[in-house]
Design a protein around this ligand. Structure first.
Ligand code: SF4
Length: 273
């Protein structure tokens, strides 16, 4: 006889390697004892992300399950004719993050814990499968940016290491959501990863066009010393302007990059929360 029993309810928290999902994991640790923590590994993450997840795992006292997507980014890129993913061609998230998440959940009932904060209105890629119910504990409990920093500091975990050298986001080292200043910083911190990203900028097989991660500028042009210096100067000027603008934003938020975050609301939740 066929088994008609309903599968047990799963509680799942997807970690991106970023601060908000890490803080949520800490926040939920004692509230949902049977939580499953998962991380969708693209194999193109920053070394900082793996290190941070290792420390989080130790804090939680629970294994973080790593999913994979059954192939490689390079293979997917070939199937796309060499067209690099971009804001308008965001196939990477779908194949490398969302599909493994949905495969892991399966068809049984699932509560998916999402770390959007009370002070943000982010939209992005989350699953809309009918068996998956997304919940937002930080929104429900009024936990904002300062609250997240507080959770991370009190736990001793702190911010993800990549934030100390000025990168705001987790996700693939070549993520096209990076600002130019972040590419400059990647070039300085991990020149070998920058080289790898640069190597993807070559004519595609379909029509010979070259796609750039930065859309309008190649990484070869961007890494010229005078260009990097210019990007850094422009970024400094912009920070000065931003600091003098929002009167009601706490200083820690500005220093921590919140002003920058506000510009990134369309970035994908599953990669960068
Ligand atoms: S981090 Fe960026 S490049 Fe990587 S899957 Fe997400 S959107 Fe794509």
């Amino acid at each position: 006889m066929a088994d008609t029993s309903t599968p047990p309810l799963k509680h799942i928290l997807s970690l991106s390697g970023g601060k908000d999902s890490a803080a949520l994991a800490i926040y939920m640790r004692d509230r949902v004892p049977d939580m499953e923590y998962i991380f969708h590994d693209t194999d193109k993450e920053l070394p900082d992300t793996y290190e941070y997840l290792g420390r989080l795992e130790a804090y939680l006292g629970r294994k973080i399950i790593r999913t994979n997507f059954g192939t490689t980014f390079d293979h997917l890129l070939r199937t796309k004719g060499g067209m690099l993913p971009s804001n308008h061609r965001r196939w990477c998230t779908e194949y490398m993050k969302l599909a493994p998440f949905e495969a892991y959940v399966g068809d049984g009932p699932c509560v998916n814990y999402v770390g959007i904060r009370a002070d943000e209105k982010r939209v992005g890629y989350i699953s809309h499968k009918p068996n998956i119910k997304a919940v937002f504990p930080f929104i429900e409990d009024g936990i904002d940016y300062t609250g997240v920093l507080d959770i991370l500091n009190r736990s001793g975990l702190g911010l993800p290491p990549f934030m100390t050298w000025g990168r705001s986001r987790s996700g693939c080292f070549f993520c096209f959501y990076q600002q130019k200043i972040e590419w400059v910083r990647l070039r300085r911190k991990y020149p070998e990863l920058y080289e790898q990203a640069k190597a993807y900028e070559k004519p595609n097989r379909t029509n010979g066009n070259i796609f750039y991660w930065c859309n309008d500028e190649s990484l070869t042009d961007l890494e010229q010393p005078e260009r990097m210096a210019e990007i850094e100067r422009n970024w400094e000027k912009k920070q000065e302007r931003l600091k003098s603008q929002p009167k009601n934003v706490p200083l820690i938020s500005t220093l921590g990059g919140r002003a920058h975050e506000a510009q990134q609301e369309s970035a994908c939740l599953i990669c960068q929360l």
